[in-house]
Design a protein around this ligand. Structure first.
Ligand SMILES: Cc1ncc(COP(=O)(O)O)c(C=O)c1O
Length: 486
């Protein structure tokens, strides 16, 4: 008999740590379901895992309970039509692109789009036109997509049928969707917003909490896809697509959704979306108020921690994401992640260079924020002491993610070879290289492999981080470019 149940064992052992979660998903554990009376679901979770029996409706032909739940979301987001998704925002993005861009045409897309957009290009036989994000120098992170970039690309190529960008982006920076929607619609095209990280934006404003950037639903976007699981209370992989236009027919969206989603949609995922909608409709004001108060508490107290840098509550920033750094005390993001996890059992979402990103969610309690503040205060205090005593700061830093540079696009190599990472310099990338998280291709097929990027990828791997597209032997798929001379 084998005692090996590796995935289950890991999960149970992690849960046993009583961890504080500042990563996805947004529910942060069972407490929020218990608080609002959904113990019956938690206690019967296996028995609720059913298929399309009589009365259970059908995700791809909604006429009953699933249709009712979709209607709850339509009300929450004031959309024309809302769809439950069980393959995440990833599935919604691919279906939207398949529906909005005919094969052989072009898609204007932010270069820092999620990998699902790049996957959709291949599936839809669509060519990209890249819009590049601004760089926020103060923090060294990708910022908004300038509306002027979209205008210029739309003017330059009549074959561009739609535009897609992430807003908020992975760090919480939002683009001006209102301005971009005006431009896109003036050109008669379709605007898709990947709001994977901003499912809560509309909900904050719906329940009267101001200050956060306007949601894409309120800014005139046509199709908006929200990862409810990332910041709100449904299970991982569940999401909502909001259709707010007549320019893409419901029939087409539904047809594409059914073509790419599982034919065995999980009732557990759908029920968790249903529970989330119910909690928001009944307790939205209280839930959003508590979340906003907890964030105020963080930002108020963070000011008092000497040496702590953090992204401020500025316009255009979704500050439910907390980006901070103790770099001024010589602490790298790697090191801070490790100390927070090992000493304080606080688990972050992501770091790059000395910047650490914590994702708050609907399920975070004030005590979670208190624990984070306590840890940061203590770590900063201790390190300030050792810096004052002249002790060298510890450095094990995988470096800062390189900027998305405007680069020439080459033919994707027909002959792909596996090449050791550092020997691929100057060659043309044949398969995307994607650090995970954040799941944004750092190098796309057709881009030249540059030294700084290769060194950053090597350093991520040296620090044990996942980089999709680099195999276990450290090889990447590349080939000679048209003018690469190799
Ligand atoms: C910007 C962005 N878009 C889309 C996605 C995909 O969302 P999902 O995990 O719901 O498929 C992610 C996932 O992390 C993301 O970061």
């Amino acid at each position: 008999m084998s005692n090996n149940v590796p995935i289950k064992d890991f999960l149970i052992s992690h849960a046993g740590l009583d961890p504080v979660s500042f990563h996805m998903p947004g529910h942060k554990g069972s407490e929020i379901y218990k608080r609002f009376g959904f113990n019956d679901f938690l206690e019967n979770i296996m028995d609720c895992d059913i298929t399309e029996i009589a009365g259970a409706d059908n995700l791809f032909q909604t006429e009953g309970i699933i249709g009712e739940s979709q209607e709850s979301y339509r009300k929450l987001y004031d959309s024309k039509k809302s769809y439950l998704l069980i393959n995440g925002t990833s599935g919604g993005i691919i279906a939207s692109i398949l529906a909005a861009v005919p094969s052989g045409k072009k898609l204007i897309m932010a270069r820092n789009c999620h990998k699902s957009v790049f996957n959709a290009l291949a599936l839809a036989d669509v060519k990209p036109l890249y819009a590049y994000p601004e760089m926020i120098e103060e923090y060294g992170i990708s910022g908004a997509i300038p509306p002027a970039e979209i205008e210029a690309l739309l003017q330059s190529d009549p074959d561009a049928e739609a535009v897609i960008l992430p807003s908020p982006n992975y760090y919480g920076v939002c683009s001006s969707i209102e301005a971009i929607a005006e431009i896109v619609h003036r050109h008669g095209k379709i605007l898709i917003v990947d709001q994977a990280h901003g499912a809560h934006l509309k909900i904050f404003s719906k329940f009267g909490i101001g200050g956060l950037p306007k949601s894409a639903e309120e800014s005139g976007a046509d199709i908006i896809i929200n990862s409810i699981h990332k910041t709100l209370a449904s299970f991982t992989q569940s999401a909502i697509l909001n259709l707010n236009t007549d320019c893409v027919s419901q029939y087409l969206i539904e047809d594409k959704l059914q073509s790419i989603e599982s034919t065995s949609p999980s009732y557990l995922l759908m029920a968790s979306l249903d529970i989330n909608a119910n909690m928001l409709l009944n307790h939205g004001t209280e839930l959003m108020r508590d979340w906003a108060d907890n964030l105020d508490y963080f930002y108020e107290e963070a000011r008092k921690i000497k040496g702590l840098g953090y992204t401020k509550k500025i316009p255009g920033m979704d500050w439910t994401k907390i980006n901070f750094s103790l770099g001024s005390l010589g602490i790298s993001g790697d090191e801070l992640e490790t100390i927070l996890a090992e000493k304080y059992r606080i688990f972050i979402e992501f770091h790059t260079g000395d910047l650490v990103m914590c994702m708050t969610g609907i399920g975070n309690k004030k005590s979670d924020i208190g624990k984070l503040l306590f840890a940061l205060k203590e770590i900063a205090g201790e390190r300030a002491g050792s810096v004052a005593a002249g002790l060298p700061a510890k450095a094990h830093d995988s470096g800062r993610m390189p900027e998305f540079k405007r680069s020439e696009l080459f033919e994707i190599p027909r002959e792909k070879t596996r090449v050791p990472l550092l020997e691929a310099e100057g060659m043309i990338c044949a398969s995307s290289i994607i650090p995970y998280p954040p799941g944004i291709p750092l190098v796309c097929p057709g881009e030249k492999l540059e030294t700084d990027t290769l060194l950053y990828i090597k350093s991520l791997r040296d620090h044990g981080k996942k980089v999709i597209g680099v195999d276990a032997e450290g090889m990447v798929a590349a080939g000679a470019g048209a003018d690469a001379g190799r």
